[in-house]
Design a protein around this ligand. Structure first.
Ligand SMILES: *Cc1c(COP(=O)(O)O)cnc(C)c1O
Length: 403
């Protein structure tokens, strides 16, 4: 390698699929002395957060707030709808589908897994077959992942609802939107989603630490039938967080609430439809660059072949020559740009793991950041002598310029 002078000093860019870039407005909102948790501003702030969260999730229904990450939100949601021995259907399109199923299994559920591999979306016919075979309606819930962050596959949740409806199957439709909320279009009520889980550190642009579970009245009815529900995860009292934290829930997640307030102001100030359109445009720019790099003998490939099945929040890539890890390390050391590792695509002791990496383009990202990300990758490939087609950044610029 020729003359290498690190130019990493300056503001770092963490382009991994969560935690995402935190806006200055969120950081500043959190930079304050502890507020009084018993009265005052924190209470009105918490109360006003609820309707604004509903607007992001596109639901009229309930939302429970937890101090936890996404794994906690998975367990919280399941704890309110499953009793040990209940059956759940898990149509997995990546590592996170499996992960949610494992949490259900650890809670005593009987998990029926449908494996769709690591680069394809759900096949609704296979899901229909499983539900049709369940004549006695023993399957209590379908655990779907909207965007599986490991594979960057995006699933068609409205189509999944239609499968349940066509068969008259009463299973709850539960959806993990941890990666997709605030990035990819999601319509909880219009798509007939009964339970949705998310977390603060991706499209919501707040540090990890808040888990959110949205649920409708069908799901609430299931909760009411359960003989016991874990005290901490019970969503019933938490659906009134301003009272919950004051009277029976322990200390509120004070600074996260201030951060979330600022993040919701950013999202609704921009408009959720615009937020989705921005992510779509920037994702198209990323894909245009990746496609150009893969031309000719370029070893770089997007994990999901069909753009219609790709998330707008994250792009998983494969580099046949196994230089993914080297590229990531070079970019961090030399440009202050950090890409995501491959997750769940190969075992941690398998050399093939070096073939995979991911680009996070979720949340607080704009055109200059994406162009910097892509220009950085092109620079790293050049420095490391990774063969690639030319014109990647130019192709991305054309997408962003709209011509
Ligand atoms: C990040 C993520 C999770 C896990 O969230 P943690 O906060 O890391 O526990 C689960 N599902 C999806 C789709 C994710 O993107």
């Amino acid at each position: 390698m020729a003359d290498s002078l690190s130019v990493a000093q300056g503001r770092e860019y963490l382009a991994i699929p969560g935690p995402s870039v935190i806006p200055d407005q969120v950081l500043q909102a959190m930079h304050r002395p502890s507020p009084n948790i018993y009265e005052g501003a924190l209470h009105s702030l918490t109360e006003a957060i609820i309707p604004d969260l509903r607007r992001v999730a596109r639901t009229r229904h309930h939302v429970a707030l937890y101090i936890c990450n996404g794994h906690g939100a998975w367990e919280a949601a399941l704890s309110n709808v499953l009793a040990p021995g209940d059956r759940v259907l898990v149509p997995a399109t990546g590592r996170f589908g499996h992960g949610w199923g494992e949490v259900a299994s650890a809670l005593g559920a009987e998990v029926e897994l449908i494996e769709f591999g690591k680069s394809s979306p759900m096949d609704m016919d296979r899901i229909a077959d499983s539900l049709r075979a369940d004549r006695r309606h023993e399957i209590k819930a379908v655990l779907a992942v909207h965007v599986d962050t490991s594979s960057s596959v995006r699933n068609d949740i409205a189509a999944l609802r239609a499968v349940l409806d066509d068969l008259g199957h009463p299973a709850l439709l539960m959806v993990d939107c941890i990666a997709s909320l605030g990035c990819d279009r999601f319509e909880m009520d219009d798509w007939g989603v009964d339970v949705m889980v998310t977390a603060s550190q991706k499209g919501l642009m707040v540090p990890p630490g808040l888990g959110l579970v949205f649920f409708n009245d069908r799901a609430a009815a299931r909760r009411a039938q359960l003989p016991v529900v874990s005290r901490y995860w019970d969503w019933q009292p938490r659906a009134q967080p301003q009272e919950y934290y004051q009277y029976f829930g322990g200390t509120a997640p004070t600074h996260h609430l201030y951060g979330l307030r600022a993040a919701l102001d950013l999202i609704h100030g921009e408009g959720i439809e615009h937020v989705w359109a921005r992510h779509e445009r920037l994702a198209n720019a990323v894909w245009a660059a990746c496609a150009a790099w893969g031309q000719g003998n370029g070893p770089l490939r997007m994990n999901v072949a069909n753009p219609a099945h790709r998330s707008h929040a994250v792009t998983a890539l494969r580099i046949e020559t196994g230089q993914g890890t080297a590229l990531r390390e070079w970019l961090t050391d030399n440009l202050g740009l950090t890409l995501g590792i491959g997750l769940g695509m190969a075992a941690s002791d398998d050399p093939a793991r070096h073939r995979f990496f991911r680009l996070g383009h979720m949340g607080h990202v704009n055109g200059q950041m994406i162009l910097g990300l892509l220009g950085g990758i092109e620079t790293g490939m050049r420095a490391l002598g990774i063969a690639h087609g030319t014109g990647g950044v130019e192709a991305a610029a054309a997408v962003i310029a709209g011509r």
